[in-house]
Design a protein around this ligand. Structure first.
Ligand code: NAD
Ligand code: WQD
Length: 342
């Protein structure tokens, strides 16, 4: 199958490329590298011994996007490109709406121009907002609590309306929980710019000595040990979910939202302890105040993913930590320390 992948150089995109190319699909990546490096694509080529087409451009440039999609004439699109930092979305909301909502509209327009009717979209569990009940199932009310989450909820709505209005269209909205870990080779992984916003890359940077200690954002939550509980999902499992969603989109019409998680919550302290077992030394922590907007617990109902996609997570927390550590210790400065071709 020919698959057009926006944001393919990023963390989840690069891992999905490995699975797509390994499965024999033909790929075109569309990325402006605003939060990624071409080194990631070079490493994907090395890992798979396969090549791919690459267009360096912005999804906000509707003409470039239409040219990219029509030239490649894909069977399906996977749409990862977007901005994802919750805190930053409070500071520059318009840039988030432009990239995540207008960018998605540009992409659907480009697909119309190219006659492509299948899309798999990177949505987020953040669209649910405060939990009315747990686990979150796909019918849980949508009430995001920050601009980033609202852009994802809006993009979901735009895609759903497009699918309703487009004969034979098929859209799968994958609502990721907390993606972590790296490819088992240790050659690609998450390479955050500056201070990591998320827990796992922060732990990894403390483990390698790039940061002194982890601040735990509150230990007075109503959870097993008082720290926040999340549904961490191995990025390679998540990548496989995209291949399953592509298969599903070939057989189903309309628009479906599907959670992608393990169904199991892990607390901050449990994740730190698992990482310590992996790296073999203690990870200094300090208890700090709660982070505004954080909830005690979040984890997925996974029945729909199993029933619709025939997919379920294979990797556990030890695999997530081991692969993260392999990537972090082999690339202490992420992709930054490597020349572009290596
Ligand atoms: P990432 O930042 O590593 O990857 C996003 C990619 O999109 C990058 O390569 C970036 O350069 C590219 N991009 C951004 N804006 C662009 C633009 N205007 N034009 C072209 N390319 C652009 O992020 P990721 O973690 O791989 O996330 C991928 C998608 O999954 C995002 O849409 C994100 O919102 C969503 N998501 C991520 C998480 C997570 O925790 N990582 C959770 C839920 C959903
Ligand atoms: C996990 C737990 C923190 C950092 C975010 C986005 C969400 C989605 C995934 C994109 C919480 C605690 C964290 C630290 C800590 N992204 N923590 N110290 O908040 O569940 O979700 O990423 O769609 O939209 O909001 O993930 O990794 O930031 O936090 O104690 O330095 O770790 O309080 O309990 P979160 P996270």
């Amino acid at each position: 199958m020919k698959v057009f992948v926006t944001g393919g150089a990023g963390y989840i995109g690069s891992h999905t490329l490995v699975q797509l190319l390994t499965a024999g699909h033909e790929v075109c990546v569309f990325d402006n590298y605003c939060n990624s490096s071409p080194v990631a694509l070079a490493r994907v080529r090395q890992l798979t011994n396969r090549d791919m087409r690459v267009v360096e451009a912005d999804i906000c440039d509707a003409d470039a996007l239409t040219r990219g999609v029509t030239d490649f004439a894909p069977d399906a699109v996977i749409h990862f490109a977007g901005l994802k930092a919750v805190g930053e979305s409070n500071d520059i909301p318009l840039r988030y709406y432009q990239t995540n909502v207008s960018g998605t509209m540009n992409l659907l327009g480009a697909m119309d121009a190219a006659g492509c009717r299948r899309i798999v979209f990177s949505s987020s569990a953040t669209v649910y907002g405060e939990a009315h009940y747990l686990p979150f199932d796909e019918n849980h009310p949508i009430a995001p609590t920050n601009p980033y989450g609202r852009t994802k909820a809006m993009a979901e709505g735009v895609i759903a309306d497009w699918a309703r209005a487009t004969p034979d269209a098929s859209a799968v909205l994958l609502r990721y929980f907390n993606p972590v870990g790296a490819h088992e080779s240790g050659r690609i992984g998450e390479d955050p710019d500056g201070i990591p916003n998320n827990l796992m890359p922060f732990i990894a940077q403390v483990a390698i000595g790039r940061r002194e200690k982890l601040a735990i954002f509150g230990d007075d939550y109503d959870t097993r040990d008082g720290t926040g509980e999340r549904d961490y999902i191995h990025v390679v499992d998540l990548a496989d979910a995209h291949l399953a969603a592509l298969g599903y989109s070939g057989a189903a019409q309309g628009c479906e939202a599907i959670n992608i998680g393990t169904g199991t919550g892990i607390t901050v302290r449990e994740l730190v302890a698992a990482y310590e077992r992996t790296c073999g030394h203690p990870i200094p922590v300090e208890i700090g105040p709660r982070r505004p907007g954080d909830v005690a617990s979040s984890y997925a109902a996974t029945k729909k993913a199993t029933n619709s996609l025939g997919w379920c997570a294979k990797f556990g927390i030890e695999d997530m930590c081991a692969s993260s550590w392999r990537w972090q210790s082999g690339n202490p400065d992420g992709f930054g320390d490597a020349p572009h071709s290596s």
